[in-house]
Design a protein around this ligand. Structure first.
Ligand code: SF4
Length: 357
């Protein structure tokens, strides 16, 4: 487990972000928020995949109104993404939103900021300040010439200062950039001076393939430094894919306690079974499990039995058959055609043990 840098814990609905808590996975809906049916359906799919917090855009009155109904039908906290319009923020708060993403420095006059902060305080709702390298304040662009990590941190401190002056401290901060080294540096510098939880993200990172790599490189580097209390993988893809990537990334760093892990080999000339199909089918099967089991699918007897013994359940291929291992013990041989079925049966029985204990 990579230790997390200590931050102030911030409550969001029934979750606590920061402090010594696990890193929270979040995503954002792609639907029109006012389309309640479509938005709820997407959120329920995200929940099933393991999403713990979900954001919707609140860009008009209809979207702010829809929050009330959406909240009744979902099971995870809901975040309103708002740009500039303090009245939409007030409406979202009134309708039961759990967190608001808005930059106080962009709201306008002091009385508007005060109105939003007062409403958040009364209901215990936190505010996320979202700094984006692509939309830095003009005074910072004038000072630095172009977006830099230093300018991003200064922007975050500018917005934080406005909230702190109003004695508001339930703050979460993101410093997103699509340039990965810039984002890493901005978050690293921010972690040194900002006591609030950091929401990690590489913005506009691209498609499922390129975005997964860019996000994993950037967010992975930060997680390994102990930085980050919540994260969103931004992909030009079904948001459920964002959750799958986030869970896999957290597994890599031992930062998630309720996800199953697959170990599988790249195969080589020693292979005598159709390992790619077996590994893909098993990966799909375990992707929704909420228990920390390890499953290994190895192609042959060279590394197979060793790896399989390390896993809760594993298979090592042979010529048209495989050796099935459970908790390090070889339990039986199974023909290739039955490998997936037999593995699933064993996985189910291990999951049952977890669920009963
Ligand atoms: Fe090759 Fe066997 Fe290693 Fe897989 S486990 S890569 S088949 S030697």
């Amino acid at each position: 487990m990579f230790l997390r840098k200590d931050t102030r814990p911030v409550k969001v609905g029934n979750l606590t972000i920061g402090g010594s808590n696990e890193v929270i996975i979040q995503s954002m809906c792609t639907t029109k928020t006012a389309d309640v049916e479509a938005t709820v359906a997407e959120i329920l799919r995200l929940e099933e995949a393991g999403c713990q917090l979900v954001r919707v855009t609140v860009n008009n009155k209809e979207a702010a109104e829809a929050i009330k109904e959406i909240k009744k039908r979902i099971h995870i906290p809901l975040v309103a993404d708002i740009h500039f319009n303090y009245q939409l923020a007030l409406k979202a708060i009134e309708n039961g939103i759990d967190k608001v993403r808005i930059n106080p420095g962009n709201i306008g006059s002091r009385d508007k900021v005060e109105a939003v902060v007062k409403a958040c305080k009364e209901r215990g709702i936190p505010i996320r300040i979202g700094v984006n390298a692509g939309s830095l304040e003009s005074h910072l662009l004038e000072k630095y010439g172009y977006p830099t990590p230093e300018a991003m941190v200064e922007s975050a401190l500018f917005h934080i200062n406005i909230l702190e002056e109003l004695d508001f401290h339930d703050i979460i901060v993101s410093l997103k950039a699509s340039d990965v080294p810039m984002a890493i540096e901005a978050y690293r510098k921010a972690a040194e001076v900002i006591p609030y939880p950091l929401h990690l993200g590489i913005t506009e990172s691209g498609t499922l393939f390129s975005g997964t790599i860019k996000s994993s490189a950037g967010i992975g580097a930060l997680l390994s430094m102990g930085i980050g209390s919540t994260l969103r993988i931004s992909l030009s893809a079904d948001p459920v894919e964002e959750i799958k990537v986030a869970r896999e990334l957290l597994k890599t760093f031992g930062l998630i306690s309720n996800a199953a892990t697959l170990v599988s080999c790249p195969t080589c000339g020693r292979l005598d079974i159709d390992l790619f199909s077996i590994a893909n089918e098993v990966e799909e099967y375990i992707s929704k499990l909420k228990v920390p089991i390890k499953v290994s699918v190895l192609g042959c007897a060279v590394n197979g039995p060793g790896e399989a013994r390390e896993a809760d359940i594993g298979i090592a291929g042979g010529r048209g058959e495989g050796l099935l291992f459970r908790y390090g013990e070889m339990i039986r041989k199974v023909p290739e055609a039955e490998m997936v079925v037999e593995l699933k049966k064993e996985i189910d029985s291990i999951v049952k043990v977890y669920e009963e204990t």
